[in-house]
Design a binder for this molecule. Structure first.
Ligand SMILES: [Fe+2]
Ligand SMILES: [Fe+2]
Length: 284
């Protein structure tokens, strides 16, 4: 397989076609939600993520669709519109799941949308960080049997879809970078860096907000006890190594000539180098 030059029409055709042909046409309305025993249902309800997840997927769908409509290149527009559809499908799936299992969700009002390209940059960098860690957390949940396999199976295509999204975003960003004239690259790099930094700051704020609960951790203690029992002690090192391995595995099926997302894996490798060998990340 010969390498492809990034920024060329062949590169654009490859990352758009790879994205379009790997689309999975499942319908959330056809999912048969598995019966859960009382303990599994409690664990699912106790996960402190559903309100944020439902709202974020809804808003992401709107932002990506808006950029799909604004994009002038027909091939890229088609691929971005398909991603917008998939994000909206994540929202529908989560809405169906939360209503099926009686999980309360507080909806935010209609968001005011940013300028379409800025919105897509924000979504892309956010997904690059979130997906990297979600791949590891999902693998832990599956391996430990914290949730029944029938339930994790339902979410498997969503995780794989996020892998496709970050792969598309990495190539879209690389394509734009290569096509930016040299004189404009510093401003372009600054713009991208700012969009990435804003997502990191947003994630840190969420992490601090999650730490601000009544008992200081914001998360139900029984849930954390259950999680600790199921996951066992997981060192920070082994968790980051798992995220790296899962990231590689999920991106492996796609054309090897495409650019791979670099930001989160590079940050993770840097953390691995800095981390003392005995540092432990406990579930409580
Ligand atoms: Fe999504
Ligand atoms: Fe996504």
């Amino acid at each position: 397989m010969t390498a492809i030059e990034f920024g060329t029409p062949e590169h654009k055709a490859l990352f758009c076609e790879d994205f379009l042909k790997s689309h999975d046409p499942f319908k959330p309305e056809e999912i048969r939600w598995p019966a859960l025993d009382a303990a599994a249902l409690e664990r699912l309800k106790a996960l402190p993520v559903w309100t944020e997840a439902v709202n974020t997927e809804y808003e992401t769908g709107l932002k990506v669709k808006a950029f799909g409509e604004a994009e002038k290149d027909p091939q890229m527009s088609e691929a971005i519109a398909l991603q917008g559809y998939e994000e909206e499908r994540h929202f529908r799936l989560l809405e169906l799941m939360t209503s099926h299992y009686g999980i309360p969700v507080t909806r935010r009002g209609e968001p005011s949308l940013p300028e379409p390209q800025w919105g897509f940059l924000g979504v892309g960098y956010a997904e690059c960080f979130d997906s990297f860690f979600a791949f590891g957390i999902f693998a832990l949940a599956r391996r430990s049997g914290f949730f029944p396999a029938a339930l994790t199976d339902v979410f498997e295509p969503i995780l794989q879809e996020e892998a496709r999204h970050i792969l598309f975003f990495a190539n879209w960003a690389e394509y734009r970078q290569q096509r930016t004239p040299l004189w404009a690259r510093p401003a372009h790099t600054f713009n991208n860096g700012l969009a990435a930094a804003m997502q990191v700051v947003g994630r840190l704020k969420l992490a601090f907000a999650a730490g601000g609960g009544e008992d200081g951790d914001g998360v139900d203690d029984n849930f954390m006890m259950d999680a600790k029992k199921a996951f066992g002690e997981v060192s920070a090192r082994s968790f980051i190594e798992l995220c790296l391995a899962e990231n590689e595995r999920r991106l492996a099926p796609y054309d090897a000539r495409l650019a791979r997302p670099r930001l989160a894996p590079s940050a993770a490798r840097l953390i691995l180098r800095l981390l003392p060998a005995e540092k432990q990340l406990t579930a409580a």
